[in-house]
Design a binder for this molecule. Structure first.
Ligand SMILES: [Zn+2]
Length: 459
């Protein structure tokens, strides 16, 4: 009886034309590039945009089976505050009937994208209080929702296939053990005092492909752990993931949309310290994109069909303790705030100042963050993590996950900034100085993710 009831519920919830037991996928992209003059994010200073190298998008893929829908959205944005996620989910729910909590919304971390205002004491420094930034921030949830609405309208019978490609030549752990016993961050290239990297990289390139039963391409979803800060300058660009999307479309056709879900890359960037080249600019981002496209293009033949028997979504709110600060830290932060743009103020002092002010503003309240898992059958799962996550944490989820293909999606459903692994805290330096969450927070997120993955796998 219960089964008949559930079947009826499923039938009522089905989109017109959908058939019970049928897997459907739709994908769409909406341009989100704001006008010139809008402040850009990412560098602890105000940079007003002077043009557009390539468009920024909100890209959405919607999955449907038996009345259950879930969506993954990626935006060419540095980071997305929680209020943007909440507003976008409300609009999506109102405009599609899909449950807002079934939507994962992530940032690609492009450092040539506009500032999204809110939630951070650093906003003002990057121009988050300007009219242009506030206008963009207000518009963004509507544009995100529009991408999901359009993907939802395009839902069509689909097949899914998956594989893991491999590329170990473009990403590097950016923390290094030095001869004096310290751990440095992005040390000068070819510095003789470097001993070795302080951590690993993740060379796996997650690769999902969806097409129609008639083999018409719908979308590829790619997952890789590498900071997107290769282009630089004052023109908008989606960085290497934008080029990658266009390169894959050259093989599969322009109707195939590529979504790039950013893996756990809090301590991973493209800087090869053994190479004297400065590795910055459009050519560099194109070089990285062509390398990844090569790895993916070598893997089309390795894609294995998977059965998205059931679409399941589950989330958990995790309360993370804030990093410890004392009264002296607050006094010092307020003092540095007065001479923030003084050339004598060190970068780490700026970083520490905003860390202290953000934590002080919480008055001891923990950081409440969401961990979300979207599972497609028993082969594929997406895990959202709410910040810039150290690669070690992403690797531990992937290694212990019961799913064959686990996509770690960082900077998803909000951001609390850097999330180092526990052993990095005593080593210190940039990401640790910047982290709002206390040591052990990353491991709490790993436990939550693994619990959700196990629960959904056993269903
Ligand atoms: Zn970053």
């Amino acid at each position: 009886m219960k089964q008949i009831f559930l079947l009826l519920v499923a039938l009522i919830a089905l989109t017109p034309n959908a058939v019970v037991g049928e897997f459907r996928v739709g994908a769409a992209a909406v341009v989100i590039t704001p006008p010139n003059g809008t402040p850009m994010a990412g560098y602890y200073r105000k940079r007003l945009s002077e043009g557009t190298l390539d468009e920024l998008y909100s890209k959405a893929v919607v999955f449907e089976r038996d009345g259950v829908k879930a969506a993954v959205v990626v935006c060419d944005i540095l980071t997305l505050p929680r209020h943007t996620i909440e507003s976008a989910r409300k609009l999506i729910e109102a405009q599609t009937g899909m449950r807002g909590e079934n939507v994962m919304i992530a940032a690609t971390h492009s450092h040539t994208s506009p500032v999204v205002s809110g939630e951070n004491t650093r906003d003002k420094l990057d121009g988050g209080d300007t009219e242009a930034a506030l206008k963009f921030t207000e518009n963004l949830p509507r544009l995100i929702a529009q991408s999901v609405v359009e993907a939802n309208q395009k839902l069509a019978p689909a097949r899914g296939s998956a594989t893991a490609a491999y590329e170990d030549g473009v990403s590097f752990n950016r923390r290094f053990w030095m001869r004096d016993g310290s751990v440095s961050w992005n040390p000068p290239k070819q510095d003789k005092s470097i001993i070795r990297p302080a951590g690993p990289i993740d060379p796996e390139v997650g690769f999902l492909y969806f097409d129609t039963p008639q083999a018409k391409p719908i979308t590829s979803v790619i997952n890789f752990a590498l900071h997107s800060d290769t282009t630089g300058g004052q023109k908008f660009s989606a960085d290497y993931m934008g080029h990658l999307s266009r390169l894959l479309a050259e093989y599969k056709g322009r109707e195939m949309l590529t979504l790039f879900a950013l893996g756990a890359c809090g301590n991973i960037n493209h800087r090869d310290i053994t190479w004297a080249d400065n590795q910055k600019g459009v050519a560099e981002s194109f070089r990285i994109a062509t390398s990844l496209a090569g790895a993916l293009n070598r893997s089309w033949g390795k894609l294995q069909p998977f059965e998205p028997a059931k679409i399941q979504v589950r989330s958990e709110i995790v309360k993370l303790p804030t990093a410890p600060i004392n009264d002296g830290d607050i006094v010092k932060a307020n003092e540095i705030l007065q001479r923030l743009t003084d050339p004598k103020t060190m970068f780490t002092e700026q970083v520490k100042t905003f860390q202290v002010l953000d934590i002080a503003a919480r008055r001891g309240q923990p950081l409440e963050v969401e961990v979300q898992v979207i599972a497609l059958g028993k082969d594929v799962a997406f895990v959202s993590l709410p910040g810039e996550v150290f690669v070690e944490l992403g690797l531990s989820i992937k290694q212990a996950s019961p799913f064959k293909h686990t996509f770690i999606v960082e900077l998803a459903n909000g951001s609390i900034g850097y999330i180092p692994n526990k052993s990095a805290y005593p080593e210190g330096n940039y990401e640790v100085i910047s982290a709002r969450c206390a040591a052990g927070s990353g491991e709490m997120l790993v436990s939550s993710a693994l619990k959700l993955l196990e629960d959904l796998y056993r269903q």
